[in-house]
Design a protein around this ligand. Structure first.
Ligand code: FES
Length: 179
């Protein structure tokens, strides 16, 4: 039984990853699949990470509603689920947008100014890393080397690679995606 309200919960944690404000759109089929997996694993609390990984595969990220289902089903505190979700980089608290932007922060890109590129995108879209715009259109991620170091700084928007980036080039690129 969960006794912690989400509102209290949101305000109680100093979060590096922000909880998405995008409305949760889970389907009954997804819920059935997750609950089945929880049922198979709830006897062993050390399976919490495995359940969270399964949940992320099912939903694509771990919204608060899903974390609550996991906490309830595994009979662990919601804080514990949230703590794991925020600690491990593999877990996402926001969905991917229609356009997912991955800025490479690998060494070669970083020394050529990738952080300034990332900051510019963040400024224009009004979101930080691992967040999604409220309309679900853009999400922003930092990634490791994608093997195009000679073109650095580079970013990908879905499958398209953009290289030799500067902060000044970003508005024009994003405008093509109606940002
Ligand atoms: S470091 Fe960015 S592509 Fe290799």
């Amino acid at each position: 039984m969960l006794i912690l309200s989400v509102e209290f919960y949101k305000g109680s944690v100093d979060m590096q990853k922000k909880i998405s404000s995008i409305p949760f759109k889970g389907t009954p089929e997804q819920e059935t699949e997750l609950k089945k997996f929880i049922e198979e694993n709830k006897h062993d609390k050390s399976r919490l990470m495995a359940v969270m990984q399964a949940a992320q595969e099912i939903y694509g990220y771990l919204p608060m509603e899903v974390q609550m289902m996991i906490a309830d089903g595994m009979d662990v505190p919601l804080e514990k689920v949230f703590g794991v979700a925020t600690f491990y980089a593999q877990f996402a608290l926001s969905p991917k947008g229609e356009y997912n932007i991955s800025v490479c922060l690998g060494t070669a890109c970083y020394v050529k100014g990738a952080q300034a590129v990332l900051d510019k995108i963040s400024e224009i879209l009004g979101i930080g890393v691992d967040e999604c715009t409220p309309d679900g259109k853009f999400s922003l991620q930092a990634c490791r080397c994608i093997g195009a170091c000679g073109l650095g700084p580079v970013m990908m928007i879905n499958d398209e690679v953009f290289g030799k980036l500067t902060p000044d080039a970003i508005p024009g690129i994003l405008a093509k995606f109606n940002a």
